[in-house]
Design a protein around this ligand. Structure first.
Ligand SMILES: Cc1cc2nc3c(=O)[nH]c(=O)nc-3n(C[C@H](O)[C@H](O)[C@H](O)COP(=O)(O)OP(=O)(O)OC[C@H]3O[C@@H](n4cnc5c(N)ncnc54)[C@H](O)[C@@H]3O)c2cc1C
Length: 407
């Protein structure tokens, strides 16, 4: 049966599902098309990785009425500790200095996905087609027509707006011929949950080492989420290590701030790149999340940035609805693109600069960056800026990111 909707979202990963929740709650008819089955072996983006949610993202989840369902699985971050292995530099950010109950929260992508799915299922304004694939689309004057392969047949879907939330390999972006700038970091992030014999006390550690950055994020159940970046040529070897050897290697890299590493869970590896799309809107089309910016996880910003795309796009769509305008028109969508551009560029630059700066082992560069870290630690305005970046509070914030409900 043909589907007629207001907004068609291609990709039901964390970002696409968040958008569907927000639009559906505001009464906008929405259809998500997701290639993977939610209860399959490889659910969409809801894998073993842990996501550091900025304080701004926590507000968005609260505004969507989903925070109470997630809170039990989300561990608050009270302190962020950044250090440079083998050098003198370090800096800390504390919740007391920022006057907030937590600088952010750590939740598993799986828990986030589950809460979003439940949120979507409660809405009769949202239709989910999964596993299904957006195969082709055509933009006409009054709407978009898309062909969706679902349960062995092709369904035609008509919408006012098509949103590409189809991730870093976005086929919609490719089909539109939107230019991208890419940087292959030649690094892989190895993730796993680990246990230590000392409590994490809600401290998130970011440790820069000569072989790449290593993050340990506090989790519920006194576990920590490890994100260990290694050069791509070492990935296979590190992934193949016996658990005991892996923990020993990790201990050498990280040190004893959390005591001894006692246990490691399943490991997964993610090749890393920076990708930025040159355009995020066309008539009746908008790109959000990883489809428009894919970042190195060094600063834990990718999903947070995508969630702010969601909040801004929702504001623009709802404003258009309130003034009886067609939200698929380019001038309306351009508001979203203009609004998001500065934040997207700033966070990509911040993240990429960190990778480059801490990838340098030349002594003068190492000395300067360590001096910079210490200066950051003792200079209140610099620290406030760092805090705003980390907590997702920089720039003009959409309604949801200010903690306001949509209705
Ligand atoms: C190791 C690691 C750690 C990270 N840590 C953090 C962190 O701490 N904090 C943070 O904010 N971010 C973090 N990120 C980034 C975050 O995971 C991503 O930014 C976020 O998951 C992107 O979500 P997305 O929905 O945009 O894209 P994706 O998760 O890639 O979802 C895209 C979806 O689209 C579907 N799809 C694609 N094409 C089609 C099609 N034609 N038809 C139908 N469906 C389609 C795919 O199946 C997929 O489910 C991390 C990333 C990595 C790799």
């Amino acid at each position: 049966m043909p589907v007629e909707t207001d907004v068609l979202i291609a990709g039901g990963g964390l970002v696409g599902a968040s958008l569907a929740c927000a639009l559906g709650q505001a009464g906008v008819r929405t259809c998500i098309v997701e290639a993977l089955s939610a209860d399959g072996d490889q659910p969409p983006g809801y894998d073993e990785r842990s996501i550091a949610l900025a304080q701004g993202s926590q507000r968005i989840f609260a505004g969507l009425g989903l925070w109470s369902a997630l809170a039990a699985d989300a561990c608050p971050i009270h302190t962020i500790h950044v250090s440079d292995r083998g050098h003198f530099g370090f800096t800390r950010l504390r919740r007391e200095q920022e006057g907030v109950p937590a600088l952010g929260y750590v939740a598993s992508a799986r828990a986030l996905g589950k809460v979003l799915q439940q949120g979507v299922q409660q809405l009769d304004t949202v239709e989910v087609l999964a596993p299904a694939q957006l195969k082709a689309f055509h933009v006409g004057a009054g709407g978009v027509q898309a062909d969706i392969e679902h349960r062995g047949t092709v369904t035609r879907c008509t919408a006012k707006l098509l949103v590409a939330a189809d991730g870093a390999q976005s086929t919609i972006r490719e089909q539109l011929g939107i230019r991208t700038t890419r940087r292959d970091y030649r690094q892989t992030a190895i993730i796993a949950n680990v246990s230590t014999d000392r409590a994490h006390n809600n401290v998130a550690y970011e440790r820069f080492t000569d072989s790449g950055p290593l993050a340990l994020l506090p989790m519920t159940g006194q576990r920590s989420a490890l994100v260990w970046t290694v050069h791509e040529q070492h990935c296979e070897e590190v992934m193949a290590l016996e658990d005991s050897e892996f923990l020993q290697r990790l201990q050498q890299r990280f040190g004893y701030r959390l005591g001894r590493f006692t246990r490691v869970g399943k490991r997964n590896a993610y090749p890393l790149q920076l990708l930025q799309a040159a355009e995020s809107v066309r008539p009746r089309l908008a790109l959000i999340g990883n489809a428009v910016h894919t970042l190195h996880p060094i600063a834990g910003q990718g999903f947070n940035l995508g969630l702010r795309d969601v909040a801004a796009l929702v504001d623009v769509v709802l404003d258009a609805c309130h003034s009886s305008r067609d939200f698929g028109e380019l001038p309306v969508l351009q508001r979203y693109a203009d609004w998001r551009q500065a934040d997207q560029r700033r966070v990509a630059l911040f993240t990429d600069s960190m990778v480059r700066l801490f990838g340098q082992s030349l002594p003068p560069v190492a000395w300067l960056r360590d001096a910079g870290m210490l200066a950051l630690d003792i200079c209140p305005p610099a620290k406030r800026w760092f805090g705003r970046m980390t907590m997702g509070r920089a720039g003009r914030l959409p309604r949801l990111a200010r903690g306001l409900a949509l209705k």
